[in-house]
Write a protein that binds this ligand. Sequence first.
Ligand SMILES: NC(=O)c1ccc[n+]([C@@H]2O[C@H](COP(=O)([O-])OP(=O)(O)OC[C@H]3O[C@@H](n4cnc5c(N)ncnc54)[C@H](O)[C@@H]3O)[C@@H](O)[C@H]2O)c1
Length: 268
Amino acid sequence: MSHPLFDMSGCVALVTGAASGMGKAMSIAFAEAGADLVLADRNSAGLQATADQIAKLGRRALPVTCDVSDPAQIRELFGRLDAEFGRIDALGNVAGDGLLAKPEEVSMEQVQQVLQNLVIGRFCCCQEAGRRMLKAGRGSIINIGSLASVTALGRGHIAYSMAMGAVVQMTRELSTEWAGRGVRVNAILPAQVLNAGLEARMQADPPLRDTYLRGIPSGRFGRPDDIKGLAIFLASDASPWITGAIIPMDGGNLAQNANGTYTGAPRG
Ligand SMILES: NC(=O)c1ccc[n+]([C@@H]2O[C@H](COP(=O)([O-])OP(=O)(O)OC[C@H]3O[C@@H](n4cnc5c(N)ncnc54)[C@H](O)[C@@H]3O)[C@@H](O)[C@H]2O)c1
């Protein structure tokens, strides 16, 4: 039996990064909870696969190919949402990737590219969704940050960390601005969740696997589906007084001091 507060029937959610990983898992979770979806990603084939899976659940899914580093494309995306659905109840701001380069070597163009993708892209989506939600007097925005939003990773993550730090402050500012008008804005900070890029990095540098796992007290990597319950909770009426929250989804990583005793053994 499911609790009615988690029911998203009649809601429309827009999720970026919906072609794979956590964006795909979040989209499917919203559909399983009863919502219809607008799906955005630059990977058209992946988007279509997610849309097909949602259609099998009996929900509507509109896939829109979109590069979130381009505000003009984001505005077109929201235009499609207006034309097809005329409402937005939840936004999942998931798309985006970083770039690895040492701080002493990274070019300003590379830094700008990462900020454009992760900060301007997320903010433009928040602004477009926020305008519509403020008019309706309700809505929930979920921004994906990272451990790198609040701690340093090293390993060439400088541009990514600067961007993800901004995502957390964006979340706090927007939640403070909009809380009194019915719009909630929260952030999820994942630790290492298995995806193609992470697998490739660990293959290129095998000791990295244990480095990651030593930082995760639960003893395993995250899986995209780990985001499902938290995403439904934040997007639905189950969390009406939760806004401005920065929520780790990290198997205990952020709670563990760097010198804390880790009693588990890596379980891959
Ligand atoms: N996987 C992790 O360990 C981890 C940890 C912390 C934060 N994150 C963040 O979570 C988000 C999702 O990660 P994931 O593991 O699901 O990754 P993923 O690679 O499986 O999915 C990311 C999706 O975003 C899309 N994308 C990237 N840049 C885009 C752009 N400019 N426009 C449109 N689509 C774009 C990709 O095509 C892909 O489908 C990312 O922002 C990532 O930085 C990931």
